[in-house]
Design a protein around this ligand. Structure first.
Ligand code: ATP
Length: 270
């Protein structure tokens, strides 16, 4: 993912303020922040804290960002791995990485484990999806299930995973006591795009005539990641022209460039 790399096991300095829009998802995930902040409040009443939640939504909508914000809000260490790292892996390596990650997180509990692109390891077992390392993928998935079952509900480790293909996941992952909650992270609407622009325009030196409403209206179909990219492209274009401020025209040029890029990408897929 495009997300920044953090030192493993350190908390992040990202909070909910950095995540624009996504009010529903933030509200749902707030409960996980509370579990991490004060687990005793729940366990003393005999409540079982959920082990994991699945963040489901299209690419670039802020799933990784939201997971990091949970760690930042709760001030707990953030451990992460990406399912795509396991695609071409030697026998035994995937499972042992999963084991290591859980061991480290348990040592530092309360903590968050984030698994990006979980579909790369979590596809339904027993179906060959054109993977050449299919057995190793299944080993990795089995190890993940074993780890999730192996630690007590109140171990203080909560696992968040992200996917844009919840439909292909092995049903075993969604069973009670595993990822039994799903949180939807959708594409932004007009108002949410405005909020995302507000976050990503902040570091730029803008011309006084910049108009966030205008930019938001020019960008239907843009994800949060596309908007972040657009803002930076516009600044690059302005800098190339030796401008003192980033102007509306720079954004329009950047929109053209990004839409051109998206069209090319779609052509390659189809
Ligand atoms: P993928 O599924 O492709 O991994 P993702 O849903 O995990 O994507 P992120 O990696 O969190 O998306 O988003 C990439 C970047 O886009 C973020 O680091 C941030 O700069 C920007 N971004 C995405 N969504 C938002 C948002 N809701 N608010 C602010 N910035 C956002």
């Amino acid at each position: 993912s495009r997300a920044q790399v953090y030192e493993k096991g350190k908390s992040t300095n990202i909070t909910f303020k950095d995540v624009a829009g996504l009010e529903g998802a933030k509200e749902e995930i707030q409960e996980i922040v509370e579990f991490l902040r004060s687990p005793q409040r729940y366990t003393e009443l005999g409540a079982k804290i959920p082990k994991g939640a699945l963040l489901v939504g299209p690419p670039g909508t802020g799933k990784t960002l939201l997971a990091k914000a949970v760690a930042g809000e709760a001030k707990v260490p953030f451990f992460s791995l990406s399912g795509s790292d396991f695609v071409e892996m030697f026998v035994g390596v995937g499972a042992s990485r999963v084991r290591d990650l859980f061991r480290q997180a348990k040592e530092k509990a309360p903590a968050i484990i984030f698994i990006d692109e979980i579909d790369a390891i979590g596809r339904a077992r027993g179906k060959n999806n054109g993977f050449n390392s299919n057995d190793e993928r299944e080993n990795t998935l089995n190890q993940l299930l074993t780890e999730m079952d192996g630690f007590g509900t109140n171990s203080g480790v909560i696992i968040l995973a992200a996917t844009n293909r919840a439909d292909v996941l092995d049903a075993a992952l969604m069973r009670a006591g595993r990822f039994d909650r799903q949180i939807y992270v959708d594409m932004p609407d007009l108002n949410e795009r405005k909020e995302i622009f507000q976050v990503h325009l902040k570091p730029l030196k803008l011309d006084k005539n910049m108009d966030i409403d205008f930019l938001s209206k020019q960008t239907p179909g843009f994800s949060g990641a596309d908007i972040a990219n657009l803002c930076n492209e516009a600044a690059l274009i302005a800098a190339r022209k030796n401008k003192k401020f980033v102007e509306k025209q720079d954004f329009l040029d950047a929109v053209d460039r990004i839409i051109g890029g998206l069209e090319k990408k779609n052509k390659i897929i189809t």
